[in-house]
Design a protein around this ligand. Sequence first.
Ligand code: MN
Length: 361
Amino acid sequence: MTAHDAPIARGAEDPSLGYLRIATEEAFCPPELARMWRELIAAGGDLDPGFESLVGFYLRSTAERPRYVAERLGDLGALRLADMDATGIDRQVISLTSPGTQIFSDAATAAAVATLANDQLAEACRAHPDRYSGLAAIAPQDPGGAAEEIRRAREELGLCGVILNSHTNGEYFSDEKFWPILEAAEALDMPIYLHPNTPPRAMIGPLLEAGLDGAIYGFGVETGMHLLRIITSGAFDRFERLKLVVGHLGEALPYWLYRLDYMHRATVRAGRYACMKPLERQVSDYLKENVWYTTSGMAWEPVIQFCRQVLGADRVLYAMDYPYECVPAEVRAQDAMALGPAELKAFFQTNAEEVFGLERD
Ligand code: MN
């Protein structure tokens, strides 16, 4: 082990650090779900092309990286804790990996997976209350049932938010049929983490053809669009206190703030689309007032600083994206940013505590 790979002390072990590191986009996958996905892939037929590309690769490949990831996704115990210890992570906010329940066409199957995942995750959080917090999986295929699962997750399981792995069989939360889920999340003060999925069939063609459908680019395009669809649908005018969390420093939307405001205004004024209605606030206002941003592997200070500048220092927080990323150098790079002690504590610790209500229970 070189000095560069040496374990990084956690904040709880080294109070001189001045903060705990809370990683907020950390994935797991129950072995039962991995088995169901494997059966879907084996059955073949008219599979979602993004699912086939991504999950098919992770389940079939014998290369080192997919094996490393698959082994860790299934672990909520010693292996995960050892990785957290080695990379200086005090707490993980854990969620069901993409696409979670959202690949299933049958709502009852999807709901059963959500229940199973939430029960397993809650048990792990109870076993390691100082190291783990969890987000609730839902089955958007049954919006009423998903709303009830959010209530159960909050009130009975003590989970601290909701994971939404972007589109559900090509459908988006801009569709009002999903709004009972937004209503429940707002009422229970459960932030929804809008996490990437591979682009749906109607979108993936040119990305897949070039090998760009995954984390390199396609995830961000699809998920950024989903967030924008939610905003322009008026969902935040209906649910003013709804909180969304988005990874990868906003899936490129922060860079577009000026143009989004200008073009949304111009498009509404021109009456070009029946679906594009006037909003109570500017597009950028929702992005500054209803959305939080995590780094999840975007360990690049210029963009982190840009997001802090245009969105607010209280809205940008740390995520590792474990086990897809588990890179000590990225932790060190973010420790070393040109920020004061209070700003670093907000970035690594208190912004996460506030948005996920980690201190409330
Ligand atoms: Mn992720």
